[in-house]
Design a binder for this molecule. Structure first.
Ligand code: F6P
Length: 374
């Protein structure tokens, strides 16, 4: 049990005018994490004399094990354009949060204890889907929580956009652009594998922006014959090369019919490093065409945030500050129809925002002649 004496009593609250907030960044990093934290802090106070900000190191790990530091104005200076996170990050799976650690520590109670020990007014949590589930759990446990939606995958339910997404779209698009120039010199099929975890937003946007000829998404299982048909159509039209943007989570129609267990077994037997390699072998075997693979990987999460993300993260950050000043908690700060909105965490936690196979953007891409292998 956490020590309740750490909680402020009513009298203490009256004399305690200075706000004390906690910040943490959890899960895979992305661009604009620092820009968002800067927005929160700048939105709360013009200088940190009026505010105490505790940064928990390496995501929930810092909150569990009490690894934190008191941040100063200097920490938030010059970080608008800085990629990564000044606090560090780690993956702490939600499904293990209720499982004691190897020394028997109750992680949820430990997080509560550290929150109360520092007498925080609230904890601002920056992260993706898994992070959000734990944020909701802590909110249900009675902590004052605000969640800010970060991920290059843009798969968080309840917000049109997550920060990091457009910066990653830029990088993936650059990769496809670079492939275009070399592709034009050779008669080959090029596959660019794009991140995005289980969803296809990043591949859909960068595929269209980079002028890919075929886009394969997890939400639209592909048929290899349709992919080859699309390559052949281009060859017949006199185009020497084809560019395929494939999402790392893309799956063939055949594999999509398998149970999770059967699919895992098949993957283990085939031992492809990723879907791009499986696809390349299938194309080569069935059509005899030469195939090359590019995997930009974690470069998509790296570097400076793009201007859109700097603006979005600043808007989300200062809006979180406004909610803290109004003492409104238990929510995610979202952007819907270009307006910043407060969304209850309990309504969104655990939901995934996927690409609908009949999404307008998919339909428009098809009108352009892009094949989705369906
Ligand atoms: O969620 C962001 C993301 O970059 C996904 O697109 C990708 O599948 C995953 O993280 C990679 O995770 P890790 O950095 O743990 O390898």
């Amino acid at each position: 049990m956490y020590n309740k004496s750490y909680q402020c009593n009513k009298k203490e609250k009256e004399v305690k005018t200075m706000k004390r907030i906690g910040l943490l960044t959890s899960g895979g990093d992305c661009q604009a994490l620092n820009a968002t934290m800067r927005g929160v802090v700048k939105g709360l106070a013009s200088n940190l004399d009026e505010l105490e900000v505790y940064g928990f190191m390496n995501g929930y790990k810092g909150l569990i094990y009490g690894d934190y530091r008191l941040l100063t104005s200097k920490d938030f200076s010059g970080i608008l354009t800085k990629g990564g996170t000044i606090l560090g990050s780690s993956r702490q799976p939600f499904k293990l949060m209720r499982v004691p650690d190897e020394k028997g520590l109750d992680k949820v109670e430990a997080m509560k204890q550290n929150y109360y020990k520092l007498r925080l007014d609230c904890l601002v949590i920056l992260g993706g889907n898994g992070t959000q589930k734990t944020a909701n759990l802590l909110s249900e446990e009675g902590l004052n929580i605000i969640h800010l939606p970060k991920t290059i995958d843009n798969d968080i339910w309840g917000t049109d956009m997550t920060f990091g997404f457009y910066s990653a779209v830029n990088i993936a698009t650059d990769a496809i652009d670079c492939i275009h120039t070399t592709a034009a010199s050779h008669n080959r099929v090029f596959i660019v594998e794009v991140m995005g975890h289980k969803v296809g937003w990043l591949t859909l946007y960068s595929g269209i922006a980079g002028g890919a000829d075929i886009i394969l998404l997890p939400e639209i299982p592909y048929k290899i014959d349709k992919v080859i048909e699309a390559i052949d159509r281009r060859t017949k039209a006199g185009k020497g090369f084809t560019i395929i943007a494939v999402a790392e989570g893309a799956i063939s129609a055949e594999d999509a019919k398998l149970s999770k267990k059967e699919w895992k077994k098949k993957q283990e037997e085939k031992k492809y490093p990723s879907v791009a390699y499986e696809l390349a072998e299938e194309i080569q075997q069935k059509s005899g065409t030469e195939v090359r693979i590019t995997v930009p990987g974690h470069t998509q999460r790296g570097g400076s945030p793009c201007p859109y993300d700097r603006v979005l993260s600043t808007r989300l950050g200062v809006s979180a500050a406004k909610l803290i000043l109004e003492e409104q908690y238990g929510c995610m700060v979202a952007i819907v129809n270009n307006k910043i909105k407060k969304v209850p965490l309990k309504d969104v936690a655990g939901k995934l925002k996927t690409v609908a196979p009949d999404d307008q953007l998919v339909q428009e891409a098809k009108l352009l002649g892009i094949s989705f292998g369906d």
